[in-house]
Design a protein around this ligand. Sequence first.
Ligand SMILES: NC(=O)C1=CN([C@@H]2O[C@H](COP(=O)(O)OP(=O)(O)OC[C@H]3O[C@@H](n4cnc5c(N)ncnc54)[C@H](OP(=O)(O)O)[C@@H]3O)[C@@H](O)[C@H]2O)C=CC1
Ligand SMILES: CC(C)(CO)C(=O)C(=O)O
Length: 326
Amino acid sequence: MRPDPSPAAGSAATAATAAPAPAAASPAAPPPGGGTVAVLGPGGVGGLLAALLARSGQRVVCIAGAETVRALRTDGLRVRSRQYGDFTARVEADTVLREAVGLCLVTVKHTALESALRRIPAGALGGAPVLPLLNGVDHVPSLRTRYGAENVIPAVIRVESARTAPGLIEHGSPFTEVDLASPAEQVDRTVESLTAAGVSTRVMADADALLWAKLAFLAPFALLTTYHRVPVGVLRTELRAELAALVEEAAAVSRAACGTAPGTAEMLARYDAFPPRSRSSMQRDAEAGRPLELDAIGGALLRAAARHGVPVPVTTGLVAELAARS
Ligand SMILES: NC(=O)C1=CN([C@@H]2O[C@H](COP(=O)(O)OP(=O)(O)OC[C@H]3O[C@@H](n4cnc5c(N)ncnc54)[C@H](OP(=O)(O)O)[C@@H]3O)[C@@H](O)[C@H]2O)C=CC1
Ligand SMILES: CC(C)(CO)C(=O)C(=O)O
């Protein structure tokens, strides 16, 4: 695990060392309480994690639409990764979850969340922890209503990964980092499962701070790369002033919403860690003509700004322009 440097984490945060990626497939002990991991939405994020979990010896069942299920059953998950190398992982696949599992990752887009969740009946889950890795903040309460508050672990992922065809995953970032909120009872075995797969994890005490830290970082990245149609390398150089202005607004909203926010310098340094050609998932959706997660990302920021009376003129303009465009 990575240490949690945020003051919000307090003494409840768990600190440990970063998990090295396994060099090759090495069977890991199955997570206690059930060795099967369900992954709802084996796309850029879910496909990468499903493949890493399977490569580490854990049984993985991907839940997806019929076309993707067929592709996964035939060819497995094919990963091209800057961090982990290129490999193919065999996973099971189905259109609906039909058995109790030890962990369920939710990695669909917000725009597909409601319809996708019908594939994971609460009764079938058997009280397993649910780990949603969607960007945004609004999905956590609705997942808690559906699956039980104690079973949903608020979490975020920092990675750049794209599904370029069913079962084909291109992972571009040299890191894959998951932050999870304690104190859900099942955090430890979830961390164990991800760590065995080579994913860097960090447990933080404050779920709101964790979700808002990601949203405050993500919204400027997603909105500006999508609006200007440029990769992060251009954003952080030629458009750095606009990026910094948006970061200031997002940080102000985060402070109002949850009492804390990463500093501007920290966020700018995080953008600098991405390879220059990295694009946001919203940008890839725009380029492919798919629905954008504009409401879950920009909309959530604007709603919180309005609730707390924080002025966000740059964000407001961008969200309006993107809404008009799409
Ligand atoms: N991609 C990234 O680098 C990052 C993304 N995120 C966030 O992670 C979340 C997932 O994004 P990402 O992985 O990019 O999304 P993708 O579009 O790559 O993958 C979504 C997956 O969900 C599947 N899906 C869509 N509708 C349904 C449905 N009704 N039932 C079952 N499966 C369905 C898709 O199936 P099919 O394969 O058939 O299309 C696809 O496998 C988003 O909230 C995003 O903002 C966070 C950090 C980084
Ligand atoms: C910006 C990035 C790649 C960071 O993880 C992301 O979350 C996204 O594109 O949705």
